[in-house]
Design a protein around this ligand. Structure first.
Ligand code: DC
Length: 215
């Protein structure tokens, strides 16, 4: 069975999708991490990220593995490095590149062949797995998403204002929504879940019920 979870940045998709996969005993696919690895590898190889062919070549030859929450690039743990603000600000080079998207979608389909999977991203229900048995579009208001992000940053010792985070988030929402191929869009048959005021475990329980209804 394939469960897709799409939605904007900061909707809590990763945490919730990972917990849901654990509860169901499914594999978990963090597709944002895949695009992040393409950008990171491009920087490491000192490639001009706007060179579409070179970045696509990197995407096609990426040696990527997931070990639970750990992301391994060529065997090296890059879990923290792919989430730095630098990578986040450069990710659009990977996400806007059609050849990169093609390579990523084909890798996602290959990984999902092996087992039941919960896959999380922006285009999983629309492009990668239009036949998925259960599609969820997870969202929350912009203010709630920014508040959660600030809270998360404070817990890890970083400081940021809601205004700063909101500005960055709005920019990323615009970039994600404007992307012609693979942009952020709910599939016509997606179930919309708005998580304002809900704690992660409540969201997971709700999603689990939705999935079990479709099994
Ligand atoms: O979910 P995330 O923040 O790790 O995703 C990083 C970026 O990657 C996001 O801004 C858009 C892009 N992305 C994408 O284009 N398609 C996906 N399936 C997943 C992520």
């Amino acid at each position: 069975m394939i469960v897709t979870i799409d939605g904007p940045a900061g909707a809590g998709k990763s945490t919730v999708a990972r917990l849901l996969a654990e509860k169901l005993g499914f594999d978990f696919l963090d597709t944002g991490a895949m695009y992040r690895c393409v950008a990171l590898q491009g920087i490491r190889q000192e490639v001009d990220l706007s060179d579409e062919d070179k970045l696509a070549e990197i995407a096609r030859t990426l040696v990527l593995e997931f070990d639970g929450a750990i992301v391994l690039l060529g065997g090296e743990d890059v879990t923290a490095e792919i989430r730095t603000p630098e990578i986040t600000s450069l990710i659009h080079y990977a996400a806007d590149n059609l050849q990169v998207r093609e390579a990523m979608v084909s890798l996602q389909r290959k990984l999902a062949l092996e087992d039941d999977v919960v896959t999380e991203g922006r285009d999983q229900g629309t492009v990668a797995f239009p036949e998925a048995e259960c599609k969820i579009f997870l969202s929350a208001s912009a203010e709630e998403r920014a508040r959660r992000r600030v809270e998360q940053m404070r817990q890890s010792g970083e400081d940021a204002s809601i205004e700063e985070v909101l500005e960055q988030q709005n920019l990323r929402d615009q970039q994600d929504e404007a992307r012609e191929v693979g942009g952020l869009k709910a599939a016509d048959d997606a179930l919309h879940v708005i998580t304002d005021g809900m704690r992660p475990f409540e969201v997971v329980e709700h999603l689990e019920r939705l999935v079990r209804l479709r099994r």
